[in-house]
Write a protein that binds this ligand. Structure first.
Ligand code: ADP
Length: 409
C-alpha cells in the first residue's frame, strides 16, 4: 500500500472510532455531563484501542500484500525468462543446418524447423512423412526404446540424409534430427579414390625399380653389356617416382595453404618462368616466345608461378621438334589474362572436360614416358580457382592447344 492510501485509511479508522464513541454517548438515555465526559473518555480510549488494533491489522494486510506483490513479480520474471528461452531456442532451431522434427505420442508432427522443411517433404502427421524411412526410424525408436539411426536418399537431385530418432520416455514424443551428408559423403569418396589412385600411381615406378634392380644385379653377374640398360631403367623410374611425390606435395600444399596474398607482377613472374624453360625448349628444338604486359594481381607468387610452370611443362612435352610455344600476359576489363599456346599434338575434343581431373591422362603410357603424372593440370586448376580465377582450354588434334588463365587484376 502506498503512503497516501495508508494515511487515508488511518484517518478513516480514527474517524470511525470517534463517531462510534460519540454515537454511544448520544444514545445513552439520561446521560448527564459527567457521564457524557466519562463516555467520551471511554470513547477516546476505545477509539485508541480500535486504532491500535486497526493499525496492527493494517500492517498484517500490508505485509501480506507485499508478499503477494513479490510473488507476482517473481512469477512474471519466471514467465519472461521462459519466453526469452523459447525465443532463443526458436532462433537457434531456425538457423541450424540440421533438420529437427518433433513427433507427438499421437503421431502428430508437433514441430518442424526450417532446415527440415528444406530437406524433407513438410507434413503434419507421421504417416505422411517422406522419405518413408523416417517413419520407420520413429516407430523403431518407440519399440526398441533407444536411439535409432539411418541413411536415407531423398529429393531431386538426390541428397544423402543421415537421420536419428530419439525417444523421450516421459511423454513418448520422438525427436528426429536430419543431417544432409551429401557433400561430406562425396568428399569422402573423392578422398578414397584419390588415395587409391595415388597408391596405384606410386606402385608402378616402385615395381619397375625393384624389377630393374634385380635385373641389374643378374646382368652384372652374367651379362655386363646389358647392365647399362637396366641402370637407365632404374634411373627413369626413380625420376618418375620423384616427380610424382613432388607433384603430390605441390597439390597438397596448394590445397591446404592459407594463401598469403601479396601484389604479384604477373608479367615479370611469367618472364622468369619462360626464361627457366628456355634450356628445355632449346633441347627439344621448340621455339619459345613471350609477350608479357606488366599486370599486378593479388595472390601467392609461388603458387601462380607453379601454375604457369605446369602449363609450360605440358606444352614442351606435347610439342614436337620444330614446333612453337607462345606465352602472353595482358589485361582487360579488370582481369589479367595469361595464355600458353603451342603447335603440339592437341587434345581430342571429348577428352577436354576431363583433363583437369587428378591423374587423368589422355594417353597414360605416353604421359608416363614423357614424365607426366596426371596431376599438372589439377594443380593449375586449384591454384587459379584459389585466386578467384578460371582456367580454360581450346585444342585441336594435330594443330595445337591454347590454355588460358583469367584472374582478377
Ligand atoms: P600430365 O602430367 O599427364 O601431363 P596433366 O594434368 O598436366 O597431366 O595433363 C592431363 C592430360 O592433358 C595429359 O595427360 C595430356 O594428355 C593432356 N595435355 C595437357 N596439356 C597438353 C598440351 N599442351 N598438349 C596436348 N595435351 C595436353
Amino acid at each position: 500500500m502506498n503512503q497516501p492510501d495508508r494515511r487515508l485509511s488511518l484517518t478513516l479508522l480514527l474517524a470511525y472510532s470517534l463517531a462510534f464513541s460519540l454515537t454511544l454517548a448520544a444514545v445513552l438515555p439520561g446521560a448527564g455531563t459527567g457521564q457524557l465526559v466519562r463516555v467520551l473518555g471511554a470513547g477516546v480510549i476505545g477509539a485508541g484501542l480500535v486504532f491500535a488494533i486497526g493499525r496492527r491489522f493494517e500492517r498484517r494486510v500490508e505485509t501480506r500484500s507485499e508478499l503477494l506483490t513479490d510473488e507476482v513479480s517473481t512469477a512474471r520474471a519466471v514467465a519472461d525468462r521462459a519466453e526469452d528461452d523459447r525465443r532463443l531456442l526458436e532462433q537457434v532451431l531456425a538457423v541450424v543446418r540440421q533438420g529437427v522434427v518433433l513427433v507427438g505420442e499421437d503421431d502428430v508432427i508437433a514441430y518442424t524447423n526450417p532446415a527440415a522443411n528444406e530437406l524433407i517433404r513438410p507434413s503434419d502427421r507421421l504417416s505422411s512423412l517422406v522419405p518413408h524411412g523416417l517413419q520407420t526410424l520413429v516407430r523403431q525408436a518407440r519399440v526398441e526404446q533407444r536411439v535409432t539411426e539411418g541413411d536415407l536418399e531423398y529429393g531431386s537431385p538426390v541428397r544423402m540424409l543421415r537421420a536419428a530418432a530419439v525417444l523421450f520416455p516421459a511423454d513418448k514424443r520422438v525427436l528426429l534430427t536430419i543431417t544432409d551428408v551429401t557433400t561430406s559423403n562425396r568428399m569422402e569418396a573423392i578422398r578414397r579414390d584419390f588415395v587409391a589412385a595415388a597408391s596405384h600411381e606410386l606402385k608402378t615406378p616402385v615395381a619397375s625399380i625393384i624389377a630393374s634392380t634385380e635385373a641389374l644385379g643378374l646382368a652384372l653377374a652374367h651379362d655386363p653389356a646389358s647392365a647399362e640398360r637396366f641402370a637407365t631403367q632404374v634411373e627413369r623410374s626413380a625420376r618418375q617416382l620423384a616427380k610424382l611425390v613432388s607433384d603430390l606435395l605441390d597439390l597438397s600444399r596448394v590445397e591446404s595453404s592459407t594463401m598469403e596474398a601479396e601484389s604479384v607482377d604477373v608479367g615479370q613472374m611469367v618472364e622468369v618462368e619462360v626464361a627457366r624453360a628456355r634450356a628445355v625448349a632449346a633441347d627439344v628444338e621448340v621455339d619459345l616466345s613471350v609477350e608479357a604486359d606488366r599486370v599486378a594481381v593479388m595472390g601467392s607468387r609461388p603458387d601462380l608461378a607453379l601454375a604457369v610452370r605446369n602449363l609450360l611443362d605440358n606444352a614442351l612435352r606435347h610439342t614436337s621438334r620444330g614446333g612453337s610455344i607462345s606465352v602472353t600476359v595482358s589485361a582487360s576489363n579488370g582481369r589479367c589474362h595469361i595464355t600458353v599456346a603451342d603447335t603440339g599434338e592437341g587434345i581430342p575434343r571429348r577428352e577436354l572436360p576431363r583433363i583437369f581431373e587428378r591423374f587423368y591422362r589422355v594417353d597414360s603410357a605416353r604421359s608416363r614416358t614423357t614424365g607426366g603424372t596426371g596431376l599438372g593440370l589439377a594443380i593449375v586448376k586449384h591454384v587459379v580457382e584459389g585466386h578467384r580465377g578460371e582456367v580454360s582450354v581450346e585444342s585441336e588434334l594435330g594443330v595445337g592447344s591454347r590454355f588460358r588463365i583469367d584472374l582478377p587484376a
